[in-house]
Design a protein. Structure first.
Length: 139
């Protein structure tokens, strides 16, 4: 079964680029533009990794990590952010909050294919180390 990444990103342009990077790294990337679509996708089927933008029109995904974890099971979570234009400190604050929230990966924007490739390799290693969880997700 193909590895799957759920990409929550409200910018279609950025989502296209990010999804292509994950596809190049061997993952099927499923793009969703908002939290409700992400919840729906998570209920519909398992993902190997969640890639969540922090600031999504009126939402801060870090405030909803418990919901994502509940719906995603043991899938690792990557958080990406460039911060907010109106708040220069928001990027650093978000990354620190994500770290304290025990997300698996931090992706400060802009990031590059090598960063995505490393995350994909780490996700593969995670699932190899958790085969019983991986088998449960596959079924």
């Amino acid at each position: 079964m193909a590895k799957r990444a759920l990409v929550l990103e409200d910018s279609r342009t950025q989502a296209t680029i990010i999804c292509k990077m994950f596809q190049k790294a061997g993952f099927d990337a499923v793009w969703v533009p908002d939290p409700d679509s992400a919840y729906e996708a998570l209920r519909a089927g398992p993902f190997d990794v969640l890639v969540l933008d922090v600031f999504i029109e009126g939402h801060n995904t870090l405030d909803e990590l418990d919901t994502y974890r509940e719906l995603a099971g043991q899938a690792p979570i990557a958080i990406m952010t460039a911060g907010r234009i109106d708040d220069p400190e928001s990027g650093a604050a978000a990354l620190n909050k994500a770290r304290r929230g025990r997300v698996n990966f931090l992706l400060p924007k802009p990031f590059y294919f090598d960063d995505v490739k490393q995350i994909c390799e780490d996700v593969d290693a995670y699932w190899q180390a958790h085969p019983l969880v991986s088998d449960a997700i596959a079924s």
